[in-house]
Design a protein around this ligand. Structure first.
Ligand SMILES: [Zn+2]
Ligand SMILES: [Zn+2]
Length: 174
């Protein structure tokens, strides 16, 4: 997901480039996650406007049962980016450091979407990921995955209302 914008930088304001993305990236849990969609880069007065719409598939570990699962989400972004070097002289422009911008371009004017997508995926990922809302988790006694089988430990909650709910959830999963 690297795009060279050196040529676009020399073009007038309003010029655009369209790219398709169908690529993998290293996600929040360091797995090979996936992003598909499009990116459009528009030349603005001071730099670029980067627009993108992506469908991402990120591998996460459930915080209850520790199973791996895939979180699908849609990423829509519109961010400004400023070149760090003048295209004509190749000199680093002072102002770009101050202007910053979320999307960083190196002095070769390469747009690195991989890092952008990675940052978005990390911010999208829940702090306590769940494979599903009804996940029963692991037995605190023996470590059995209660989504898959019942164990013989006596950890059934005493509250009958909770017991009824647990039964209901088990039925729904079967
Ligand atoms: Zn789970
Ligand atoms: Zn158990």
């Amino acid at each position: 997901m690297y795009y060279n914008l050196a040529q676009l930088l020399k073009e007038p304001t309003g010029s655009t480039r369209d790219y398709e993305i169908d690529d993998s990236f290293v996600g929040p849990e360091h797995g090979m996650d996936r992003a598909q969609g499009w990116v459009q880069v528009i030349r603005t007065h001071e730099g670029f406007l980067v627009r993108a719409e992506l469908a991402t598939q990120v591998n996460l570990t459930c915080s209850r049962c520790l199973d791996q699962f895939e979180l699908k989400s849609r990423l829509k972004m519109e961010e400004e980016s400023y070149p760090t070097a003048d295209p004509a002289t190749g000199k680093t422009t002072e102002s770009s450091e101050e202007l910053g911008g979320v999307i960083h371009l190196d002095d070769q004017h390469i747009l690195d979407m991989t890092e952008v997508v990675r940052q978005y995926a990390i911010s999208e990922a829940p702090i306590k990921p769940l494979c599903c809302d009804e996940c029963l988790g692991l037995c605190p006694e023996c470590g059995t995955d209660l989504n898959r089988e019942k164990c013989k430990c006596n950890t059934t909650p005493a509250d009958p209302r909770w017991g009824a709910l647990a039964e209901l959830l088990t039925e729904r999963r079967e």
